[in-house]
Design a protein around this ligand. Structure first.
Ligand code: SAH
Ligand code: ZN
Ligand code: ZN
Ligand code: ZN
Ligand code: ZN
Length: 454
């Protein structure tokens, strides 16, 4: 998960930036192939198409930019290649695995972790880091919970890392166990991966395996090449090349009927189409490994963890998905966690292509099973007799609007001008293009009613 970040250039009137997708032959930045964008206004392309970094929405993190029709000289291409090489991590994954092997052989008193470089230090390197802050006596337990040892990357735009609260992570893992999955492809879910790995090393009868795909290369210090791949989920780029791709493909191959599920919790930056495109490619990798051909509609089971107001966008790309009422909580997100004083409502949900009735939500947290809808819903979610479904998206009780012919948020009113329900405070100016966040017409992203969840 991550913060809501603007996709457009900053300014008083953000123009919509439309992603034209990963283009064949796209130029590369240090984060792999760039994505093709165009500025749009009133649904029409405006201006030249351009390539920009897929992973970083903040120009400060990666300033790659190239017009689609730009001629790039040989010298500049060579300089770019050199730049991309120089901007890769200083150690390879292999080197980090070897370093780890040496590190665990050290007595506790010699195990240091540099907080500034976010790196395990071998004694020969202490000197170089002598004026950096470091932690000493790194225990095996600490090595098994790297997400606690590493500080969460908090750059709001590029790599906001929001770690699952223990309760939510435990819930997810128990659910995966109950559903009988034996392999979990963790795409941007380091904490879930860590929980699986440490349980597997503690309990012999626990047989779930997991592979982490993440852009955060710091994790390569703690996991082997079979446990972690440096991966960019916005352009399906494996930094480790064909070998890493093969690791992932092998992992997805369901030997002896060991069922695999993909669990992802991407940054909420808004490039839903780029994410969907990558997830489809991961699904296709799984399909390739299927022995029996025939059922083309078979999808790898998946949990996509994302805010509820992206529901329509996700369903555009994955019509077989449905949204569960479970509220996913985070440790380091002020808004999305349980406070000591009453419950803060997290907007983050699980989207899945599994049958909703199979996803049992904890009754001790107030979730109940609706026999009509055949799914678990939150306690405040009342079954609407007119809609014939449990309509609340945010956990509060929604009200039915006869004019809109649907249930709406309790705080909304029907505006005769706009001919729909919305916040009482709104301007009735219509915009033709859909909102960047919820996709609905009638307002801009900055005024999206979905964002008024707190
Ligand atoms: N709740 C999860 C963490 C989600 S935060 C957990 O506790 O396990 C989002 C994760 O996606 C982070 O681990 C971050 O490093 C990763 N990420 C961010 N951008 C990415 C990208 N472009 N490709 C792959 N992973 C990315
Ligand atoms: Zn980049
Ligand atoms: Zn219902
Ligand atoms: Zn209703
Ligand atoms: Zn209005």
């Amino acid at each position: 998960g991550g913060a809501m970040a603007a996709a457009g250039p900053e300014g008083p009137r953000p123009a919509a930036l439309t992603l034209l997708g990963p283009a064949p032959g796209a130029p590369c930045c240090p984060h792999g192939p760039a994505l093709l964008f165009v500025k749009t206004s009133h649904g029409k392309e405006e201006g030249r198409r351009f390539y920009a970094c897929s992973a970083c929405r903040d120009r400060k993190d990666c300033n790659f930019f190239q017009w689609e029709d730009e001629k790039v000289s040989e010298t500049r291409l060579a300089a770019r290649e050199e730049y991309n090489r120089n901007h890769q991590p200083s150690f390879t994954h292999r080197q980090n695995v070897d370093r780890y092997k040496n590190f665990v052989l050290l007595p506790l008193s010699k195990r240091r972790f540099c907080q500034e470089c976010q790196q395990l230090l071998l004694p020969a390197e202490w000197e170089k880091h002598s004026d950096h802050q470091f932690l000493c006596d790194i225990t095996t337990a600490q090595l098994k919970s790297p997400s606690q040892l590493l500080y969460p990357l908090e750059n709001k735009k590029t790599n906001a890392q929001y770690l699952f609260a223990d309760r939510s992570c435990q819930f997810l893992l128990n659910l995966l166990i109950d559903l009988g999955f034996r392999r979990v492809l963790c795409v941007g879910t380091p904490r879930l991966h860590e929980m699986i790995q440490s349980k597997a090393s503690r309990e012999e009868e626990f047989s779930i395996r997991s592979l982490l795909l993440d852009i955060d290369f710091r994790y390569s210090q703690f996991y082997t090449e079979d446990e972690f791949c440096h991966y960019n989920m916005f352009n399906h780029h494996f930094f480790g090349g064909e070998a890493a791709r093969e690791t992932c493909r092998k992992f997805l191959y369901e030997e002896n009927g060991e069922r695999v599920i993909m669990v992802t919790d991407p940054p909420f930056g808004g490039l839903v189409e780029a994410l969907a495109c990558s997830f489809k490619k991961l699904m296709a990798m799984w399909k390739q490994t299927e022995k029996e051909v025939g059922d083309d509609n078979k999808e790898v089971p998946m949990f996509w963890i994302f805010p509820y107001f992206f529901e329509s966008r996700i369903l555009d790309f994955f019509p077989s998905f449905s949204m569960m009422d479970y509220q996913v909580d985070y440790d380091n997100h002020a808004l999305y966690k349980h406070g000591k004083t009453g419950r803060r409502q997290s907007p983050v949900r699980i989207f899945t292509n599994l049958t909703p009735s199979m996803i049992a939500l904890p009754e001790e947290e107030g979730y109940r099973f609706c026999t009509v809808c055949q799914r678990y819903v939150s306690s405040g979610n009342q079954h609407c007799e007119i809609c014939n479904s449990c309509t609340s998206k945010d956990g509060r009780r929604w009200k039915h609007c006869v004019l809109c012919r649907k249930c709406v948020k309790p705080s909304w009113f029907h505006c005769n001008n706009c001919n729909c329900c919305t916040l009482q405070k709104h301007s009735c100016e219509k915009t033709e293009v859909g909102c960047f966040v919820c996709g609905k017409a009638g307002h801009k992203r900055s005024a999206c009613p979905s964002l008024s969840h707190t």
